[in-house]
Ligand binder design. Structure first.
Ligand code: PLP
Length: 427
């Protein structure tokens, strides 16, 4: 009998092996990638595997689960919302979870960043930011301003608009030539030479530019590369000088990850548009927001329907996700998250420092609750991940880095187990 017979599928309890034949996994060469670890539950900073093993999570599910998994306050809020209204469309209808969340985000963000456009993923929130920026100029009769300055090592998502402002290598611009629009991609202006090159690019392209897009303080998926707040101040000055919109992609850095609630606050810079996702819902449900300053919103405010922002994802402002996000904001208000980030930061800095003397290690750096050990190269990330699992931790290296982005609620001893595993495995 064929193993694909429908009755086989429904009767089988072997969801992993049978399901794997039908799923396409992220960022994976499906032929050679190690099989994913089957997870049966999550709790706090722990992942329980189907065979009963428990791992301490060093990544917090791509740095979303900032309060740990299954936090009772978020769970209860989502359960309450589920009983009332799991979803209703946002077109023509409004609901309390989304409108309260918009009001709370506006109050939390600096300056007049006070108009929130909801979507369901980071990449889409970047698409929305880019559309807002281009149409901001179109609405003011400057339709030629359509390009962005973006930065090497940057990462803004996997949809085509966002990909086009990623690092050209990581975004695989060559592979998708013809599909991706061309933008101006330069080094971050972090020293004299790169600042001169940045200024030159601005001078040369200014007439066709809509804005500048950057991940403030930490370029995450492009290699966990840090830069000083002064770089962001330089970008603000450049944006003001050439009348460009400054977009901060805080999908990774937002909600405490770098040490302040938002990375822009460390530089005392207010961007014109900010994108938020990941920890926005406390890692519970997919949600993103693109938040615009008043002057951006005002450029769309008109009697002319053509000046409206034509975007509207089906699950925009999903009530369950917004309920989770409101509960997550409660936790930031009620619990000492930023102090926890500071303590994690100090502990990681102290305990990862010993990695500097390990073979192949080229750099160790910590910013907020982000700890990075950079190596000359990693021959097999799958092999390293498997070694970490043997040590009872989930750490997933990429490129040439091993990194930690744990939940802010992680205990001192759990951080110790993560850093200890890194020292042991790399040693
Ligand atoms: C800075 C940044 N922007 C955008 C994205 C894309 O978000 P998503 O994967 O939710 O589309 C990511 C994801 O890692 C990110 O780190």
């Amino acid at each position: 009998m064929s193993s694909r017979a429908p009755e086989d599928k429904t009767r089988s309890h072997d969801w992993l092996t049978q399901g794997l034949a039908h799923v396409w996994l992220p960022y994976a060469q499906m032929k050679t990638a190690a099989a994913p670890l089957p997870v049966s539950r999550t709790d706090g900073c722990r992942i329980t595997l189907a065979d009963g093993r428990e791992l301490i999570d060093g990544i917090a599910s791509w740095w979303t689960a900032c309060h740990g998994y299954n936090h009772p306050h978020i769970r209860q809020a989502v359960e309450r919302q589920l009983a009332i209204m799991p979803h209703v469309m946002f077109g023509g209808l409004a609901h309390e979870p989304a409108l309260s969340l918009a009001r709370r985000l506006a109050a939390l963000l600096p300056g007049d960043l006070d108009r929130v456009f909801f979507s369901e993923s980071g990449s889409v929130s970047v698409e929305v930011a880019m559309k807002m920026a281009v149409q901001f100029w179109v609405n003011q009769s400057q339709p030629k301003r359509r390009k962005f300055i973006a930065f090497r090592n940057g990462y803004h998502g996997d949809t085509t608009g966002a990909m086009a402002v990623c690092d050209p290598e990581e975004g695989m611009h060559a592979l998708f030539r013809g599909l991706l629009p061309e933008h101006v991609i330069v080094d971050l202006p972090r020293d004299e030479e790169s600042t001169a090159a940045f200024d030159q690019a601005l001078e040369h392209h200014a007439a066709g530019l809509a804005g500048i897009i950057v991940e403030p303080l930490v370029q995450g998926a492009g290699g966990m590369k840090f830069h000083a707040p002064a770089v962001l101040q330089r970008l603000r000055q450049a944006a003001d000088r050439y009348d460009l919109l400054l977009i901060f992609d805080e999908i990774f850095t937002g909600f405490g990850r770098t040490g302040t609630m938002f990375a822009c606050q460390a530089a005392d810079v207010v961007p014109d548009i900010i994108t938020l996702s990941k920890a926005l819902s406390g890692g519970t449900l997919p949600l993103a927001g693109t938040v615009a300053r008043r002057k951006v919103f005002d450029a769309f405010w008109s009697d002319d329907p053509k000046k409206a922002l034509m975007h509207g994802p089906t699950y925009m402002g999903n009530p369950l996700a917004c309920a989770a996000a409101n509960a997550s904001l409660d936790l930031f208000e009620q619990e000492p998250r930023l102090q926890q980030v500071k303590a994690i930061s100090e502990q990681m800095a102290q305990e990862l420092a010993a990695c500097r003397s390990l073979p192949g290690v080229t750099d160790v750096r910590v910013q907020g609750a982000i700890g990075v050990v950079e190596l000359e190269r990693i021959d097999s990330c799958d092999h390293l991940t498997a070694r970490f699992v043997e040590e009872g931790v989930f750490i997933r290296p990429f490129g040439n880095i091993v990194y930690l982005t744990p939940a802010f609620t992680i205990s001192e001893s759990e951080v110790g187990q993560l850093t200890g595993a890194i020292r042991k495995v790399l040693g």
